[in-house]
Ligand binder design. Structure first.
Ligand code: HEC
Ligand code: HEC
Length: 390
């Protein structure tokens, strides 16, 4: 009735409705756009803080070998370095030389065949001489210009560190896995001129002193050195990376990192349904699970779990006894209507990552609630495999 008085005509009422709707969508759209902006601003602050923390960690732990501004020294290569970021100052020359090399290799192969005629061999010889001359012609001025960098270990023909060691992943994963695992064989050729330290492993998982989030901060700090590189940046480098005389062990090590470190372990979280599905993709190792459970091994981020601090082998402690866990689950827990649709696996996983969801009768809800943050999928798979033997 009231509406009818303001907008007596039906057309006007429809028009008012449409206008109101449009206005609402505009307002919603505006809010949504600004939400994105707020999130981006938040991400940026977060990233900036990570770089800042990485800078402090770098000053404390890395400058002795990698130099004050990451420019390298006698004990370690530069990281603040166009070569690490794969920057080539002379891409056309590099391209032309590499094309010529390919052509030369083809010709050499052809020359080595039994059926190549004498006439063709003469042609090949003269073409190869041309190629060699051209390569020298292309290389010489570049080498002259870069002489001071070449003295410090730079090779203009190998401007990309990742390519030189055959790393197929990102620079980020190269840096992070190097930090996690170190380069155990690098003490054979570092420090320069004597044998010694090399690059050690920094992660707590590998017995080093730093947590995973600290390694991520360091990685963010190093990657933040990327910029529009100039020749002055190249000349500022004090020492470039070394490819050892016998690169075999280094390359084997890199390959191994590729294979194992390609997957960087992260915390498994608390989504039981998702975790149970993901568990299908890994094989649990009950022996390591036993070690994790009894604090003889640490989880992926260096946490000592001490499950046995509350779970005694036999007899109740703060938590239910370890022995017979599986038969108790199958014969007692899963018959409880509260756990009607659970599988034993689901119950086990939930007991570990969300222990408060179901409290075992006669026990208190005191189990540590954040194991999901300190276990990787593999850690959890190992624990589950161990408990499934009980
Ligand atoms: C005792 C000396 C030493 C310390 C301390 C050290 N490093 Fe290294 N680092 C090296 C050496 C030597 C290499 C070269 C290894 C190789 O050639 O395989 C290296 C390699 C690296 C690489 C890979 C670079 C490349 O071109 O292959 C990164 C990234 C790195 N270090 C980061 C760090 C960070 C970050 C720290 C501090 C947490 C650190 N390092 C502390 C000696 C050290
Ligand atoms: C601070 C003591 C404490 C620690 C540490 C602890 N738990 Fe528990 N856990 C308990 C208690 C108490 C219960 C029973 C109450 C409940 O259901 O939350 C329990 C229950 C469980 C259950 C269910 C057992 C059943 O009979 O139904 C499993 C499985 C389990 N914990 C595994 C683990 C694992 C694996 C670890 C180490 C990663 C661990 N717990 C560390 C106290 C602990």
């Amino acid at each position: 009735m009231f509406q009818g008085m303001i907008f007596p005509k039906i057309e006007n009422r429809i028009l008012a409705g449409v206008l109101a709707f449009v206005l609402m969508m505009v307002l919603l759209g505006w809010a949504a756009i600004n939400e994105g902006g707020r999130m981006a601003a938040f991400d940026e602050t977060y990233h900036a803080r990570s770089i800042e923390q990485g800078a402090a960690l770098f000053a404390q732990n890395c400058t002795t070998c990698h130099g004050a501004n990451g420019l390298g020294g006698a004990k370690g290569p530069a990281l603040n370095n166009p070569q690490l970021f794969g920057y080539d100052f002379f891409p056309e020359i590099t391209k032309e030389i590499s094309d010529l090399r390919v052509e030369r290799a083809d010709l050499e192969r052809e020359a080595s065949r039994a059926d190549t005629t004498q006439e063709r061999l003469t042609q090949i010889d003269s073409r190869m001489a041309e190629i060699d001359a051209r390569i020298t012609e292309l290389d010489a001025p570049r080498e002259q210009q870069l002489a001071s960098a070449i003295q410090k270990g730079y090779d203009p023909q190998q401007p990309n560190r990742l390519q030189n060691v055959g790393w197929s992943g990102t620079l980020e994963s190269f840096v992070l896995t190097t930090l996690i695992h170190g380069r155990p064989v690098s003490n054979n050729y570092w420090p320069i001129g004597s044998s010694g330290a090399g690059m050690v492993a920094w992660s707590q998982t590998a017995g080093g002193p730093l947590r995973m989030d600290q390694l991520e901060d360091l990685t963010a700090y190093i990657l933040n050195w990327n910029r529009d590189w100039t020749l002055d940046d190249l000349f500022a480098v004090q020492q470039f990376a070394i490819l050892p005389k016998d690169p075999g062990p280094l390359l084997a090590q890199i390959e191994q990192l590729q294979a194992s470190g390609g997957v960087i372990q992260t915390a498994v979280g608390t989504n039981v349904r998702q975790i149970v599905t993901e568990l299908e993709t890994v094989t649990g190792d009950p022996v390591r699970g036993d070690q994790l459970y009894h604090s003889a091994a640490r989880s992926f981020n260096g946490t000592t779990l001490a499950c046995n601090g509350c779970h005694m082998p036999e007899g109740p402690g703060t938590g239910p006894q370890t022995s017979g866990t599986m038969s108790r689950i199958e014969n007692e827990r899963l018959t409880d209507p509260a756990l009607a649709n659970y599988t034993a696996r689901q119950y086990l996983v939930e007991s570990i990552v969300q222990p408060g969801n179901y409290i075992v009768p006669n026990f208190q809800n005191v189990m540590i609630p954040n194991f999901g943050e300190n276990l990787s999928l593999q850690d959890l798979a190992d624990l589950v495999a161990y408990l499934e033997t009980q």
